[in-house]
Design a protein around this ligand. Structure first.
Ligand code: SIN
Length: 539
C-alpha cells in the first residue's frame, strides 16, 4: 500500500497545491550571516538548510526577532535561543529569547490596539483576514519549507498544514460577518431585550511545536475576526513559522499591535500573560499538565480559558470492518506527523476475529513507509522533535514489553540516527501497560485485542482523556451506537483524518475545554451582553 500523509486534513484532500514551482536559491548569494535584512544565522548550517534559509531571507519571511506593537524587536537583554533542525541536529537560527518585560509590552500594545480594532466593522476585519489568507497561500512553499526545517515533518505534509492552517484564517474571514446577536421576546410590553456579542479583549495564545502554523491560525483567526487582539507565544522549538506568519499578517495590513509574538522564556511569558488583568482570555494547545497550570493561573484574574490538551485516542477495528479501509485509516490516524499529534491513535483496539489479519496487513503497510529527512523524496515519516521525545517512546515500549507485549515491527531507533525512530507495531498490549494509559506521541502502534462491542467501548472510555477516537466498521447501526457511546469530542468513522477548520475540534474530560474551528470556535472569543431597554411608554 502506498503511504502518504500529505492530506493532513479534510481540506487538504480537497485543495490541490498552488503548484508554484519551488524556486531554488542562488549559490551566488553571500553567506546568510553577511546579509543585512536579518540577524545572523548560526554557522553550523548545512547547504540544504542554508539555501532554504537564503531563499526565505530574500522573501523577508525569515524573522528571528519578536513582534511587539508592529515592530520587530530583539530581547531586551540581547539573549537568544537556537532553533534546531531535528533531522540533522544543526542549528538553523538564533531567535530572540524574550521574557516577562517583553511580554508586558506586547500586552500593552495589544491592549492599545484593541481599542481601535474592536471598533472596526466586521467587513473591514474580514477583508484583512482574507488578505492574510491569500498571502499565506501565496507563500505556501516557503512556509512549508520552514516548517520542515524546524519541525521535521515531510515537506508534503507541511504543505498540507499550510492549507489547513490558512483555512482557519479564510474561515474566520467569512465567519466575521456572521457574529449575530439576538432579540428576546420581553416578558413585559414596555421592555425590549437584546443580546449583543462583543469581543472578549486581549487574548494570550500559547501554541505547540507539532503544528507550527495551524495551531496559531486556529486561535488567531477567530480572535481577530471577533475583534480581539492577541499576544502569541509559539513554541521555542518552532518559532520561525510563527514569525513568518506574523510577517504576512503585517503585509496583509492587520494593524500594529493587533498581532504580537513573544518567545523564549516560557515560564516568564506564561506568568506575565496570566498575571495581567488586561489579558482576558488564554487559549492553549499542549500538554494536560501545562493546561491545568494555565487554568489554575487564570483563576486569579478570572480569564476565559480554552484548552486543547492531550489525548489517548482509541482506534477500534471491528470484525466487520473493511480491512483495506481500516489499515489506511489507522496508518493516517497513527503515523501522521510521526505520531506527534494530540489526536493520533494511541491504542488500536482490534476485535479478536480480525486481529491476526489486520495486524499482518498493518505491518505490511508500515514496512513500506519511508523514513528520512522531510526534504527527501517519498519520505512519509520524519524525525521526532527531540531526544526527550525518543526517550519517552523507548520508556513506554520497554514497560510494555516487560509486561508481555510483543514487538511485531520496528521497536528501536532508526539507523539514520538523531531522533529518527522506526515505525513500530507492537502486539499483545493490554490496558494496564503505560503505553495504553499515556500519550505515546511517537510512531508506535500498540494493538489490543477485544471480544465484544461492549468491551471495546469500556476499554476505549477507560481513560481521563477524551479528544480523538476512530471506529472502523461496515455496520451503520454500530457506527451510531459506538459514536454515541464514546466519551470523546471527535469521532472518525471509517476515516483516520478528520480535522478541518469547518468542524469543532476539542475534547471531553481532561482533554480540554472549549472548541476550536467552525462556528462554535468563534464563541470562545466573544462575551455575551444582555441589554434591557425599559420604560418605553410614550412621554
Ligand atoms: C493537535 O495535535 O493538537 C492538533 C491536531 C489536528 O489539528 O488535527
Amino acid at each position: 500500500m502506498a503511504v502518504s500523509f500529505a492530506a493532513v486534513n479534510l481540506r487538504t484532500m480537497a485543495l490541490r497545491s498552488s503548484s508554484k514551482l519551488l524556486r531554488r536559491s542562488s549559490h551566488l548569494l553571500p553567506p546568510i550571516h553577511m546579509q543585512h535584512s536579518a540577524p545572523p544565522l548560526t554557522r553550523k548550517i548545512s547547504m540544504n538548510a542554508r539555501s532554504i534559509a537564503s531563499q526565505l531571507n530574500r522573501s523577508g519571511l525569515l524573522k528571528t526577532q519578536g513582534l511587539i506593537g508592529g515592530k520587530w524587536s530583539d530581547s531586551y537583554d540581547g539573549k537568544t535561543i537556537q532553533v534546531y533542525n531535528p533531522a540533522t541536529g544543526e542549528s538553523i537560527a538564533d531567535v530572540a529569547c524574550m521574557g516577562g518585560k517583553e511580554t508586558n509590552d506586547a500586552i500593552a500594545s495589544a491592549y492599545d490596539a484593541y481599542r481601535s480594532w474592536s471598533k472596526t466593522t466586521a467587513a473591514e476585519r474580514s477583508k484583512l483576514l482574507r488578505k492574510w489568507y491569500d498571502l499565506l497561500m501565496a507563500h505556501k512553499e516557503e512556509l512549508a519549507q520552514l516548517m520542515t526545517l524546524e519541525q521535521g515533518k515531510p515537506l508534503k505534509e507541511a504543505m498540507g498544514e499550510v492549507n489547513y492552517g490558512a483555512g482557519f484564517i479564510e474561515f474566520s474571514a467569512e465567519e466575521a460577518k456572521r457574529i449575530y446577536g439576538d432579540i428576546i421576546p420581553a416578558p413585559m410590553s414596555d421592555r425590549r431585550l437584546f443580546v449583543l456579542k462583543q469581543p472578549v479583549g486581549v487574548v494570550g495564545a500559547i501554541t505547540p511545536w507539532n503544528f507550527p502554523l495551524a495551531m496559531i491560525t486556529r486561535k488567531v483567526g477567530p480572535a481577530l475576526a471577533c475583534g480581539c487582539t492577541v499576544v502569541i507565544k509559539p513554541s521555542e522549538l518552532t518559532p520561525l513559522t510563527a514569525l513568518a506568519a506574523a510577517e504576512l499578517a503585517i503585509q496583509a495590513g492587520i494593524p500594529a499591535g493587533a498581532v504580537n509574538v513573544v518567545m523564549g522564556n516560557a515560564p516568564e511569558i506564561g506568568d506575565a500573560l496570566l498575571a495581567s488583568p488586561q489579558v482576558r482570555k488564554i487559549t492553549f494547545t499542549g500538554s494536560t499538565a501545562v493546561g491545568k497550570k494555565l487554568m489554575a493561573g487564570s483563576a486569579e484574574t478570572v480569564k476565559k480559558v480554552s484548552l486543547e490538551l492531550g489525548g489517548n485516542a482509541p482506534c477500534i477495528i471491528f470484525d466487520d470492518a473493511d480491512i483495506d479501509i481500516a489499515v489506511k485509516g489507522t496508518l493516517a490516524a497513527k503515523y501522521r506527523n510521526s505520531g506527534q499529534t494530540c489526536v493520533c491513535a494511541n491504542r488500536i483496539l482490534v476485535q479478536e476475529g480480525i486481529y491476526d489479519k489486520f495486524a499482518k496487513a498493518l505491518i505490511d503497510a508500515v514496512r513500506n513507509m519511508k523514513v528520512g529527512d522531510g526534504f527527501g523524496e517519498d519520505v512519509v515519516q520524519g524525525p521526532l522533535i527531540n531526544e526527550a521525545a525518543v526517550k519517552k517512546v523507548e520508556t513506554l515500549l520497554q514497560d510494555a514489553t516487560s509486561k508481555g507485549a510483543k514487538v511485531m515491527l520496528g521497536g528501536k531507533r532508526h539507523s539514520l540516527g538523531f531522533t529518527f525512530y522506526e515505525p513500530t507495531v507492537v502486539g499483545d498490549v493490554n490496558s494496564d501497560m503505560r503505553i495504553s494509559r499515556e500519550e505515546v506521541f511517537g510512531p508506535v502502534a500498540p494493538l489490543l485485542r477485544f471480544k465484544t462491542e461492549e468491551d471495546a467501548i469500556r476499554i476505549a472510555n477507560d481513560t481521563n482523556a477524551g479528544l480523538g477516537s476512530y471506529v472502523f466498521t461496515n455496520s451503520i447501526q454500530r457506527s451510531w451506537r459506538v459514536a454515541e457511546a464514546l466519551e470523546y469530542g471527535l469521532v472518525g468513522i471509517n476515516e483516520g483524518v478528520i480535522s478541518t477548520e469547518v468542524a469543532p475540534f476539542g475534547g471531553f474530560k481532561q482533554s480540554g475545554l472549549g472548541r476550536e474551528g467552525s462556528k462554535y470556535g468563534m464563541d470562545e472569543y466573544l462575551e455575551i451582553k444582555y441589554v434591557c431597554l425599559g420604560n418605553m411608554k410614550k412621554e
